[in-house]
Design a protein around this ligand. Structure first.
Ligand SMILES: Nc1ncnc2c1ncn2[C@@H]1O[C@H](COP(=O)(O)OP(=O)(O)OP(=O)(O)O)[C@@H](O)[C@H]1O
Length: 291
């Protein structure tokens, strides 16, 4: 039998996966996989866990949770240079990254991908020596994500987040960014800043319309400071994925960038608090996933 390590987050999304573990083990066992479940703790270092477990006994790792769980597990895999494939069971609130990979909600669909055993390599981002799988963001959107009450978020899902975004969008505070790419510096008075691996983030499906997870590049999007009318018009374009050529947006691709900020603003990576400025961001490593 092939051995799989199943790392699950008991609170992701509505916390429902913990009631589906027996079903998951049964489905995989019927297909000749022996499953070792592991219950993730808040802020756990998965790299240390993988070292303790002697991962050479396993043929694959599964992460069951949302984007934050995926970030924790992928960080451990990259940190310990582990080469076995990763399976994803998307049971978080947004699951932006899994959605883009075509791994839809629904346990059976996710398990089918693991059982079928097909794999591919995808890009992973690095920010100040930490790993991100989907997105780095800066700006008020980030503090809204961090401040959105977990209980409310789990009950209302993305709606709680959108209500907060819409309420606070008119009063987003601008910040002064310098982005250095290939020897060129961009100076921007920004409202929001994103570096994306996939096109989807924050529940928006086309935030980076040209992004591909396996092109060795990251997509950079700056929403510039603009007047109230331009803000509203841009927000509507973002929903349709038509914002990237707008005068109030700067959008390009890069494999390496250095970002400095004159103001004090929070950063976010994959929905969790990110490092402080300056940010050294690159797209370097490739991750093998069941897909
Ligand atoms: N056992 C646990 N108890 C409480 N919190 C946990 C536990 N394990 C992990 N966490 C926390 O869960 C968060 C990650 O949640 P995750 O992103 O998977 O779900 P989500 O927010 O519902 O989904 P998404 O990010 O896709 O919207 C991290 O902050 C992590 O520290």
């Amino acid at each position: 039998m092939k051995r799989l390590l199943l790392i699950y987050n008991p609170v992701s999304g509505k916390g429902s996966f913990k009631n589906r573990i027996d079903y998951t083990i049964d489905a995989l066992q019927k297909n000749d996989f022996l499953v070792t479940p592991y219950r993730l703790s808040a802020n756990e270092n998965v790299g240390e866990l993988l070292e303790k477990l002697d991962i050479s006994n396993f043929q694959g790792i599964i992460a069951a949770g949302g984007d934050g769980t995926l970030n924790a597990v992928v960080s451990g895999i990259i940190q310990k240079k582990i080469k076995i494939p990763l399976g994803i069971i998307p049971v978080g609130t947004s699951n932006d990254f899994a959605n883009h990979l075509g791994i839809k909600r629904g346990l059976d669909k996710a398990l089918d991908k693991i059982i079928a055993g097909e794999t591919k390599y995808i890009d992973v981002g690095t920010i100040n020596n930490k790993t991100f799988i989907n997105v780095v963001s800066v700006g008020n959107l980030t503090s809204i994500a961090h401040k959105t009450n977990v209980v409310v978020k789990n009950n209302l899902g993305k709606l709680a987040y959108y209500i907060n975004v819409l309420g606070q969008y008119p009063i987003f505070k601008p910040f002064k960014l310098t982005i250095e790419v290939d020897g060129t510096q961009h100076h921007e008075d920004a409202l929001l800043f994103f570096v994306l691996n996939s096109p989807c983030a924050g529940g928006f499906k086309n935030l980076a319309p040209h992004a591909k997870v396996d092109d060795g590049k990251l997509d950079v999007l700056v929403i510039k400071n603009c007047n109230a009318f331009e803000k509203l018009s841009l927000f509507l374009k973002v929903i349709k994925g038509e914002h990237h050529s707008d005068d109030c947006a700067l959008y390009f691709q890069a494999d390496k960038l250095l970002v400095e900020c004159e103001d004090v603003v929070e950063t976010d990576m994959d929905g969790e608090k990110g490092p402080d400025f300056p940010l050294e961001i690159s797209c370097e490593t490739q991750l093998k996933i069941y897909c």
